[in-house]
Design a protein around this ligand. Structure first.
Ligand SMILES: Cc1ncc(C[n+]2csc(CCOP(=O)(O)OP(=O)(O)O)c2C)c(N)n1
Length: 514
């Protein structure tokens, strides 16, 4: 058995069952081995940003890593932006990056580059496997590294001769390590803060935003009169009717400082003290008021649910009812298309069990509140701020959860980075309804131009924030990639097309003309 097959069998044996791939010559033995081994689904992406973003979506929904297959330094380089996003989301990922055969590197052939150097800043674990006998053991180590709580990026570089020479056969992968419980002092300190009655925010992210974590945090907040919020962006939030609803820290600095005014303490549950996305002249970087203290209940790599259980016990909140949402959404929006009307329609029409991949940027900034009482669903956000994640994220989530509807809320500017994901959705028959908000503009940046004090924009500046002329025909683009679609110019049309897209199996795109 050659090295490539030893590695594929190690991956499958270790529970890595999906490989998002964009291969080249140096990966051909790995590709051939994928063919010979059962148990690995291979999903082709036509750009590496699709491959790595899909691996992120898959990991968020399964909790385990997918493999990616990338072609040397340039393939990895194309995928790095969404590896950055996955890194910020603590998504486990095993990148397999092909390289020239070890003896070929010294000739500096065209695709030769410093792959380790490219991988290292965004990977927790990087290794070039030295020979075919080592590759399976290195693969097992990569899986273990990726599964290290809270989820890490492992990048394994596979020189072509380590793939084609005689390998070791598969190597067993160690069982995943459970996250550690936080120290008792952390719980005691947070309980003291909550008992003090001083204005306190419990700030959640990570696993604390699953249904059970939210219920525990909701009980604690209700019992102690504390406030409860989520970070500005989060990997996966379980929300909707029957669950505890949380608002997010607003993106806009003035709104965020207003929301957080008066706080004395923040209890951090997997989260960090809230900071502004960017610095702006004369605005603070820290969003909490001066003197407000942070207290770590659980670090990102610790067991947030165990921490919340212990804290609920310590403050006597075990039997406090969880303040779950049971409102009825107000009903679909009508009339002209506005963000408010779209939010109302999503609240009314999101199907039960939907997975929402949110990269709706300006149009979607207000969607959270009107969807808080929608049917139960999961909400995935872009945590690294590198746009071009939404369509791949939805693709990976749909591969992970074939029994659930994925709804991708996507800005047109962001969508253009990785629109090739639509082709993968069509190729794989994935159940994704994409709502594409076509404002033909980098709308958010128009506000940012003013916010950073760059003055009144002239024609040249405005042209860089405008993506019309020519206007992108999203329905035509989707059709050419194999995804049917329809255009909505009124809320009635939107409601009809969205409901039809959600009702039909397979991918569909609704272009919302703003
Ligand atoms: C990789 C990357 N490049 C550039 C940016 C800067 N950027 C932030 S938002 C944005 C435009 C977003 O446009 P769109 O998705 O249409 O959202 P809108 O604000 O128009 O709703 C850009 C270019 C970024 N965040 N990431």
């Amino acid at each position: 058995m050659n090295g490539a097959e030893s590695l594929v069998r190690t991956l499958v044996g270790g529970g890595v069952n999906v490989c998002f791939a964009n291969p080249g010559t140096s990966e051909m033995h790995f590709v051939a081995a994928l063919d010979r081994v059962d148990g690995m689904r291979c999903v082709l992406g036509l750009f590496e940003g699709v491959v790595t973003g899909a691996a992120d979506g898959y990991a968020r929904m399964t909790g385990g890593p997918a493999a990616t297959l990338l072609h040397l330094g340039p393939g990895l380089g194309n995928g790095l932006a969404n590896i950055h996003n996955a890194n910020k989301a603590s998504s486990p990922m095993v990148n397999i990056i092909g390289d020239h055969a070890t003896y070929h590197r010294k000739y500096d052939a065209p695709l030769t580059s410093d792959i380790e150097g490219l991988a290292r800043p965004l990977s927790h674990w990087v290794k070039t496997s030295p020979d075919a006998k080592s590759i399976a053991a290195d693969g097992a180590a990569a899986i273990a590294a990726a599964r290290t709580p809270p989820g890490r990026i492992a990048s394994l570089i596979l020189p072509a001769d380590t793939a084609w020479n005689e390998g070791s056969g598969p190597v067993p992968v160690p069982a995943p390590v459970a996250p550690a419980a936080p120290p008792a002092e952390a719980i005691e300190q947070c309980a003291r803060v909550l008992r003090s009655g001083a204005p306190t925010l419990i700030l959640l992210t990570g696993s604390a935003l699953r249904e059970d974590g939210l219920a525990l945090a909701g009980r604690i907040a209700a019992r102690c009169g504390a406030r409860l919020m989520a970070q500005g962006s989060n990997a996966r939030t379980q929300r909707g009717r029957g669950r505890v609803a949380v608002e997010r820290i607003p993106y806009v600095v003035d709104q965020a400082t207003r929301v957080l005014a008066g706080l004395r303490h923040v209890i951090l549950v997997g989260s960090k003290m809230p900071v502004a996305f960017f610095a702006y002249p004369d605005k603070p970087s820290m969003l909490t008021p001066e003197g407000c203290e942070g207290h770590v209940l659980a670090r990102p790599e610790e067991d947030a649910i165990a921490a919340l259980e212990a804290l609920a016990e310590a403050v006597g909140a075990r039997d406090t009812p969880a303040p779950v949402t049971n409102n009825k959404p107000s009903g679909p929006g009508t009339g002209a298309i506005t963000s408010e009307a779209l939010g109302a329609s999503l609240g009314a029409l999101l199907p039960e069990g939907a997975i929402v991949a949110d990269e709706a940027v300006t149009t979607g900034r207000g969607f959270f509140a009107p969807t808080s009482a929608a049917a139960p669903h999961d909400w995935l956000s872009n945590m690294g701020g590198s746009i071009g994640l939404g369509l791949p994220l939805a693709t990976g989530a749909a591969v992970a959860c074939p029994d659930r509807k994925v709804v991708c809320l996507e800005g047109d500017g962001s969508g253009m980075y990785t629109m090739q994901a639509l082709w993968t959705q069509a190729r794989e028959g994935l159940d994704v309804t994409t709502v594409l908000f076509s404002n033909r503009s980098y709308q958010i940046l128009k506000g940012e131009l003013a916010n950073v004090g760059a003055g009144n924009p002239g024609r040249k500046a405005l042209d860089m924030l405008d993506i019309g002329r020519p206007d992108i025909d999203w329905v035509g683009l989707a059709k050419s990639l194999g995804v049917p679609g329809a255009k909505a110019t009124t809320m009635d049309e939107f409601n009809r097309h969205f409901a039809a897209g959600v009702a039909a199996p397979g991918p569909f795109l609704v272009e919302v003309v703003l």
